[in-house]
Every structure is written in C-alpha cells, then in structure tokens.
Design a protein around this ligand. Structure first.
Ligand code: ATP
Ligand code: HSE
Length: 321
C-alpha cells in the first residue's frame, strides 16, 4: 500500500474548501501503487482521487503532467481530468507535498491479462501516441539510458544480495544500452509506465488509462517495449507470443511501425526491462521506514531481461516478418 504521507481530516477539509467539491464524506488511503500517495475521497460532489506527489516526481514536471492529461482527455482519450480550484489552478500543497485532485475513472485493472486485454492496450497506446502528437510541451525522459547508471550506483554493493551475479549482469547490460541504444526513431509523448495497474477495463473493453507521472517525450516504440514487458509475460517468466502479437497488431492497426522501429524492438525491450529492474532494485533496497508500501519484485524483471538477451528480431515478440 502506498501511503507515504498521512493527511489529517482537518487539513484535508481545509484543502477541499479551495474547490467546488462540496463537503468531505470520507477519505481512504489506496492500497495500490508504489510511487505517490493516493487517497480515494468521497465528497457530496462524488468520488475523486487525491494524489500527493512523492520522491520521484520533480515538482517542476507537474504542469507537464497536468496539461498532458487535459490534452489527452480533450482528444477523446479516457484519462483522469485534473480538477481546478475555485481560483482556477490544478496544483496545490497539502501536508507539505505538492498535491492535485483528479476525476475518478470507472473500471478495474486486470491481474491476469488475456490476449484480448493485450490487444486493447496496444490500440490504446497507439491512440495515445497519435493524440500526443500535437501536445506543445516536452519533458525529457529522466529514466532513459543516461539515468540507468546512476540507479545502478545507488543500488551499489548491495545488488548481489538480491541475486548472486546481478551486479555483473547489470554492468554488461548498461554497456550494451549505452553503446547501442537506438536513436532517430519517431518520438513524441509516451506514457512510459503502462502496466496493468494503470489500465482500467469494463469487461474486456479498455475503459481508461491512469498514472501519467512518468510520461515524457521519447521514442514511441520504447513505450511498446514497456508494454510488451508489462503485459505479455506469464507468471513463469515465459514470453507469451500470442499476447505479444495481439498487442502489436492492434497497435499497428492504429499506427503502423516503420522497419527501423521493428528492428529496434528487441533492444528497446531489453532496455525497458533493465530500467524497471533498476528502479525496482533501488526501491527494494530502500523501503522508507514507516511507509505503507509493498515494493515490487526486481527478480521478475531480471527474468524478463534474460529473455530479451536472447531475442534477436521483432518476430520473437510476435510481429510478422
Ligand atoms: N483517476 C483514478 N480513478 C480511479 N482510481 C484511481 C485513479 N487514479 C488512481 N487510482 C487508484 O489508485 C491506485 C494507485 O494509483 P497510481 O497507479 O496513479 O499510483 P502510483 O503510486 O503512481 O502507482 P504506480 O506504482 O503504478 O506508479 C490505482 O491502482 C487505482 O486503483
Ligand atoms: N510500474 C512500475 C512501478 C511504478 O514506477 C513497476 O512495476 O516497477
């Protein structure tokens, strides 16, 4: 459960007074997520999500995230809409942290995605990429290749306590990524964290996307790589090519990939696996005292990375030749 910052009822009511959201009826910490503190709040105006932005969010980036959600919603994508105060601002401060209230989305995330769910995600990702094409703001991806070595350093000598030999494998992977990372591919707004817990479904139909707090301007196909990793592996760490094919085919039905993007997929998947291995590793080794959070398993991403080390073409992920 991710509640790093406790909010008292009095300070929450005072914060809510800034909005046109009526009276507070209830508020409870949300039992998912690892990045930010989230509360589900119920007021006389309905249900909303209150987010207090924590460690990995740079407050200077918040206007980008807020404007992006507004832009995407405006283009017909179902995502949370930031709620404005009576004074017209979407960002405030609560319990000493930057905070925002966004609209509540209906639907449920899926724990065991089917190929149909993966296809829905592929289509939504492509729609997001197209909808982001005319978004005026940019934000560099702080967790792309240049950000990975500092993460490995933070994990440092404790890395091999998580898995023997992990430090050496990470060193090898960093060298590969730093020398061979694809450049010049189509770029634009990417979600960068489109995991199953950030996608809602009503039945088998995708009903909305949440958690835009890693969104940035980067290689579009990297977002697909993040998605293939997050959606298309089985619990035994085998890659499910049927799910991969479903995600890629539905993506391409909306936004076809260039030959260069297809060729780059194995390397992008490998880098995306390393990125999540590293952030999970650092979090695993540094759980803040007293925080209600269940860190995510770095080994899951080590297993995915091992798969990618031996994949050589987009066909290994289900893309037709
Ligand atoms: N707009 C929303 N509508 C409905 N539920 C939401 C909304 N935003 C967040 N939630 C709920 O809160 C949970 C945590 O939100 P979110 O994924 O944004 O947190 P996080 O800490 O940034 O997570 P992550 O670890 O995925 O980065 C979600 O899994 C979902 O259950
Ligand atoms: N989606 C990330 C956590 C949020 O950054 C992970 O599963 O590692």
């Amino acid at each position: 459960m991710a509640v790093y910052t406790d909010v008292g009822t009095d300070e929450l009511s005072a914060f809510l007074d800034l909005y046109d959201l009526g009276q507070l009826l209830s508020c409870k910490g949300i039992a998912e997520g690892v990045e930010n503190t989230n509360y589900l709040i119920h007021t006389t105006a309905g249900y909303f999500i209150l987010t207090l932005y924590e460690k990995r969010v740079d407050p200077d980036d918040l206007p980008f995230f807020i404007a992006l959600m507004e832009h995407l919603a405006d283009r017909g994508l179902t995502c949370p809409l930031p709620v404005k105060t009576k004074g017209g601002t979407a960002l405030g401060t609560l319990a000493g942290r930057p905070a925002a209230i966004v609209t509540f989305l209906d639907g449920m995330s899926v724990r065991r995605p089917s190929a149909e769910h993966c296809g829905e995600v592929g289509a939504a990702l492509a729609r997001l990429h197209l909808a982001g094409a005319d978004f005026a703001m940019t934000r560099a991806n702080a967790l792309s290749v240049a950000g990975w070595r500092p993460l490995a350093k933070r994990a440092g000598y404790r890395t091999d306590t998580v898995a023997p030999g992990l430090g050496a494998l990470i060193a090898e992977e960093l060298a590969v990524a730093e020398t061979s990372w694809p450049s010049g591919l189509p770029a634009g707004v990417i979600h960068a964290d489109l995991f199953p817990d950030n996608v809602f479904f009503l039945g088998n139909r995708l009903s909305g996307l949440i958690d835009f707090y890693f969104a940035c301007t980067d290689t579009l196909a990297y977002d697909i790589a993040v998605g293939l990793n997050a959606w298309c592996f089985e619990p035994d760490a085998s890659f499910n090519v049927t799910k991969g094919r479903a995600l890629l085919q539905r993506y391409e039905a909306v936004r076809p990939l260039s030959a260069a993007e297809r060729d780059a997929l194995p390397l992008l998947c490998r880098g995306a696996a390393l990125r999540f291995l590293l952030t999970r590793l650092v979090d695993w080794l540094n759980v803040p005292a007293g925080a209600l959070v269940r860190p995510k398993d770095p080994i899951e991403y080590l297993k995915k990375l091992r798969f990618h080390r031996y994949a050589s073409s987009a066909r290994d992920y289900g893309l037709a030749a």
